[in-house]
Design a protein around this ligand. Structure first.
Ligand code: PLP
Length: 440
């Protein structure tokens, strides 16, 4: 007799909630105290002076980030969202332009185009690696395409070699959304170093964090300057900078990072490897364990890539298993392990795109006279993203550092085995539920 599922009133495998994910230690506390003792929580000034580039810790943090990954410039910002907006602005996108972007990502990757009056064009993802599909990129290019927003999703690098070949051929700008992949590499090169600008996130959910924060990186001096102008009231600062000729998109924001966050960021960066390596080791354990579960596919790693497992994405073949993904995930959750159905609702299904209410009341940027294209956001335009989110994929963060092979990962795999021992019962339940749904 298999053990009774927690979903059906049995005892769950894991009874306690997970500990909160904490990355902050005595080093960060000491760094923060240094800033407080100094009393300068920010040293930015929004005009063209030495203070235009921020204070002591902001500069130290930027230098450390650039050195760690080998970038010529690292420009800190108060979030990756700000960094993505600044990147689109710095690259000169505007009304009439299209930006290709996968729909399987956090909302800011696409909203960055709207902020500058450009139109996001959603491009489907690879069914196995979940990143933007180079073949789909080629098909989506029009005379209006100006840039590609690549997103390295779940910790897996996108197919940058092919994407850059396409971008060069069509003279497109490339932004890499690296929010989930600090420490990832492809063919030995760090993510963020392939395109024109890369953007990392330091929000509290990411592997290393400053609460809120981000970093935009580039090897191009001019782009670095434009990023800094957008970060810090550029329209005002350029008065003192006669050498800046191109004023497009220099209307600036306040995207400045504080000194406390920068000081904490310096310490967090030192810990990146310490937090990442155990995730990769635990991923190998999960790969092995899940490979024994029929109908389940662990996430493959792209050849040449270092996947850093911000998340671990599992695919369920519901037809082969005979039970829907949603019910399987519910049964696993009832066993007390951390897993959720789906990952990202494909962005074009958001009300923003369905109703096309963006900037102002008149449907900009889609209705803008400069925009000569037509774009579809109907259901079905990105079948891989929809199938993965609505039917096949589940994600877990059970690989967070601090978790162990013998406890959290063991429980996770035990939960799968227990649920799979009870498949016949779940099939009955699923059929009954689908019957109810069909009659409703
Ligand atoms: C977290 C995240 C962002 C936004 O990061 P913030 O720092 O919270 O603004 C953008 N893109 C992706 C893929 C993310 O995961």
């Amino acid at each position: 007799m298999p053990q009774k599922l927690a979903l059906l009133g049995g005892k769950p495998i894991r009874k306690r909630p997970y500990r909160r994910y904490i990355t902050i230690g005595p080093e960060e506390k000491k760094a923060a105290m240094e800033v407080l003792d100094r009393g300068a929580l920010s040293e930015f000034v929004g005009d063209w002076s030495d203070a235009f580039n921020g204070g002591r810790y902001v500069r130290m943090f930027e230098a450390a980030w650039a050195k760690r990954f080998g970038f010529r410039h690292a420009v800190s910002v108060n979030s990756a969202t700000s960094g993505l907006y600044a990147a689109v602005g710095a690259l000169g996108l505007g009304p009439g332009d299209e930006m290709l972007v996968p729909p399987f990502t956090m909302t800011a990757s696409a909203a960055a185009a709207l902020v500058y009056g450009a139109v996001p064009i959603f491009v489907d993802i690879e069914p196995d690696y979940f990143c933007i599909d180079p073949d789909a990129i080629e098909k989506a290019i029009t005379p209006r395409t100006k840039a590609i927003m690549v997103v390295h999703i779940t910790g897996q690098p996108a197919d940058m070699e092919r994407i850059m070949t396409i971008a060069r051929k069509h003279r497109l700008k490339v932004i890499e959304d690296c929010a989930q992949v600090a420490g990832a590499t492809l063919n030995g090169r760090p993510v963020g170093s392939f395109g024109d600008i890369g953007v990392f996130s330091l929000n509290c959910h990411k592997t290393i964090q400053t609460g809120e924060g981000g970093v935009a990186v580039t090897d191009d001096d001019q782009l670095a300057l434009r990023l800094k102008l957008i970060r810090n009231h550029g329209e005002y600062a350029v008065q003192g900078m006669p050498e800046v000729k191109d004023l497009t998109n220099i209307v600036g924001f306040n995207y400045r990072l504080g000194e406390l966050e920068a000081a904490i960021g310096i310490e967090q960066l030192k810990k990146l490897e310490r937090f990442t390596r155990p995730r990769i080791e635990l991923a190998r354990e999960l790969d092995e364990g899940l490979a024994r579960i029929p109908g389940v596919t662990p996430p493959p790693v792209r050849p040449g890539a270092r996947h850093v497992y911000y998340m671990y994405g599992i695919r369920f073949d519901g037809d082969a298993i005979g039970v829907s993904r949603d019910l399987l995930v519910k049964a696993l959750q009832a066993e007390g392990v951390e897993i959720s159905a789906g990952s990202c609702v494909p962005l074009y299904l958001e009300p923003l795109y369905q109703r096309r209410v963006g900037i102002g009341r008149d449907g900009h940027p889609w209705s803008c006279p400069s925009y000569k294209g037509t774009v579809s956001y109907r259901k079905g335009i990105c079948p891989n993203a929809e199938r993965l989110h609505f039917r096949e994929m589940a994600t877990t963060q059970v690989l967070r550092h601090g978790h162990s092979r013998d406890v959290e990962v063991r429980e996770f795999l035990d939960a799968f085995e227990k649920v799979w021992d009870n498949l016949s019962e779940l099939k009955r339940l699923d059929n009954a539920q689908q019957g109810v749904a069909a009659r409703a």
